[in-house]
Design a protein around this ligand. Structure first.
Ligand code: GAR
Length: 194
């Protein structure tokens, strides 16, 4: 089995990144994590990745005159790692059409809601404000529309009395860490296709 080469894009904590790294340690996992790229040099996830011996890089968008040039630089880093697939894991930048089209079908994202509900930010607070009974997370293909690509896997959690955005986020995060490695497995084996 040739393992697919996967790069992860992060902006912060990197707990989903850590779940992917952990899954990829299993010898029968169909993907290996070859690099972690952050748009924030201070992202704690970079240290976690480096501690696992994984290549890391950071690129600040503010240092590039345009988003296109920033994203071209990201592509050069990803290509230097011979990346087959890209996983967005708490990467908090909207990606331009050129970058998305270049990686279309080979780039997935985890989003903290049951898409198509609650695209965008602040999903847990918005779900609580609406009084929904169920919330959750989605791993989906990245397509040009924000949080619009087809879902690969979803997981549901109940909303409980007394929930705050923080308690709900924590319950959803447990499921994120479970379904993201499973979705990457489906992608890397060709069982999930755009
Ligand atoms: C996760 O909950 C992820 O679903 C969310 O950010 C968090 C990152 O945490 N992503 C988005 O909101 C994307 N729009 P992590 O850095 O610990 O994985």
């Amino acid at each position: 089995m040739t393992r697919k080469r996967v790069a992860i894009l992060i902006s912060g904590r990197g707990s989903n990144m850590a779940a992917l790294i952990e899954a990829a340690r299993a010898p029968d996992y169909p993907a290996e994590i070859v690099g972690v790229l952050s748009n924030k040099a201070a992202a704690p996830g970079l240290g976690t990745a480096a501690a696992h011996g994984i290549a890391t890089a950071s690129l600040a968008q503010s240092r590039f005159p345009t988003r296109e040039l920033f994203e071209d630089a990201m592509t050069r880093v990803l290509e230097s790692w011979e990346t087959d697939y890209v996983c967005l894991a708490g990467f908090m930048r909207i990606l331009g059409a050129d970058f998305v089209n270049r990686w279309m079908g080979r780039m997935i994202n985890i989003h903290p809601s049951l898409l198509p509900a609650y695209r965008g930010l602040d999903t847990h607070r918005r779900a609580l404000a609406d009084g929904v009974a169920e919330h959750g997370c989605t791993v989906h293909f990245v397509t040009p529309g924000l949080d619009e690509g087809p879902a690969i896997l979803q997981a549901r959690v109940p909303v409980l009395p007394g929930d705050t955005p923080e308690t709900l986020a924590a319950r959803v995060l447990v499921e994120e860490h479970r379904i993201y490695p499973e979705a990457l497995r489906l992608l890397a084996t060709g069982q999930a296709r755009l």
